[in-house]
Every structure is written in C-alpha cells, then in structure tokens.
Ligand binder design. Sequence first.
Ligand SMILES: [Zn+2]
Length: 332
Amino acid sequence: MTGLDIAIYFFIFVIGISIGSFLNVVALRLLSEEDFIYARSKCPQCGKNLKWYDNIPILSFFLLRGKCRNCGKSISIQYPVVEFFTGVLFVLSYHFWGFSLKTIFFIFLISNLIVITITDLREKVIFDLNSIPLIPLGLVYSFFDIGNRATSSTGFIGISFNDVFISAVIGAIAGAAFFEIFSRIGYLFSGEYAFGGGDTILGAAFGAWFGWKGLVFILVLSLVFQMIVGIPIIVYNFFKSREYYSLFAMLGLFLALLMSIFGRIFNYRGEFLISIILIISAFIIGGISVFVIFSRMRETRNYTFLPFGPPMVAAALLFMFLENKPVLYLPF
Ligand SMILES: [Zn+2]
C-alpha cells in the first residue's frame, strides 16, 4: 500500500463520517418531523445552534467529552457510533469495488439502511422515504446487472444476464409476501402484528437488489441474529412478569430443538426407529410450546416485539460484502 492509497482511504473515510453525521440528523429529524435539509444543527436538549467546531464528526464528541458545550447534557453515543460505522462501510465499499457504479449504488443503499436502522431501533418505524425508493432502484441495479453477478466466477456460478433480473423480480415479490403472510399468521395466533409494513418493503427491496437467493440468505441470517438477541430479552421479560407457563414453554422449545438434533444424529447412525420417535416427539412438544406461548400472549396482552429491520440490515450488509467471495458459497 502506497502513501497515495492510504491518503485515498483516509479521504473516503472522512467523506463517510461526514455523511454519517448527516444521516444521524436525517434520522432524528424524520422522527421529530423536522426539516432536515435547511434547518441548522442544534443540541436536541437545549436547542442551541451548534458552532462548526462542535459539529465535526467523531472528533467533536470526544473533544466535548460527550457533553453539550451550552447546557452540559450528555450527547447520545449514537452520533459518533453511526459516523464511525458509515465511515467504515464507505471504506469497505471502496476497498471491494473501487470507483465504480456498483460503489455509487451501494453507498446510496447503505446510507438509507443506516437511517432505517436508527429509526427502527429508536421508535420501531421505517420511513417510506428511506425504504420504498430502494425497490425500483434495486430492480434497476439487477436489470443492468451492476453487481456483475452474471460474469463473476465464484458464488452464483452459471447464471445469465437475464437470470439476474428474473431472480430480482421473484425476490422482490417473495420478500414482500414473506412478511405479509407471516404477519397475518402471527396475528391469527397472538392478536398482534409481529412485523410492520416497513419490514415488508425492506424484504421486497432486498429481493430486488440481491435476487431470491440473496433474499433467502438474508432472511435466514437475520432470523438467527434476532434469536441471539431476542431470546434472552424474551426470557427476561417472562421472568419479570412471572409468566411461568411461558417460561416452561420456552424450555419445551429448547427440549424440542435438542430432540430434533439428536433425531438427526440417530438418523445418520441408521437407528431409524429412535430417530422417528425423537423427531415426532420434538414436533409435538415444540407445537404445544408455541401454542402455550401464543395463547398466553393473547390472554395477558404481553408482547415482546423487537424491530426486525436492524437484523435484516446486518444480514444484508454481510451479504453485500461477502457475495461472490469463496467464504459465502451459497449451497443452492
Ligand atoms: Zn445543549
């Protein structure tokens, strides 16, 4: 790496953290329904306009030790964190794809995904402004195969130019259908929608950008992320509200999971009778557990719904950077 390379990387990082700073403002002003283009930056606590030297991405937060110069109230850690991540994602985009059309498309996508993550984490909303344009843009991206899927030598082997676009159309429809269908099934059982309309749009968008195979990867991985974060929170909430039936049912789910794993192992070892007994029992115990959890939710109206946008964004980012790399060879 030459000095010039380092200078370019640094320059792109600086652009990234500056845009990250803007994305923070966009997200917060969308949430507070303020104008985000013309209004000046100000402290959300005391409302005082910020001087330029108190508004430098990342640096100002540390120079001010996380406190407003005027009122002394804490500045949210969200600001430097979002700025830093935006900078890193910009550098990664340049590192992988150089100065290309793909980089420009992905920088636009990444910027919107960052705003979506902030608004979904803070208030569980995904704004149409950030999400709906991603669907036609993803279709354009796939139509012209800007990601070069048809020509890449690893990953999606042997697909043609046409397949990329067809896969994107199927992906967009499947992404929307997945959330609409599961949202309605969940509503039948629990009396509450687990997914919002924003998830439907985001699912359709990821299908449009990455085709149906990419969508499947993103959905599966985001469910895994959600379980890793969500199960401890759900168990904690059951404890707090003394929901012992539901806690017991969570244990039942865990037991069902173990039984199905052992069922697979016995199946491999050729002991089919034990395997079948284990798998059937796992289905029965798992089914009863899910039924108990849903019906208790319905009775107590005690729901723990976590936003699904952030895990989907995390999974999509992983897919974007690893697609066509040998590490991510899709098994289908
Ligand atoms: Zn202040």
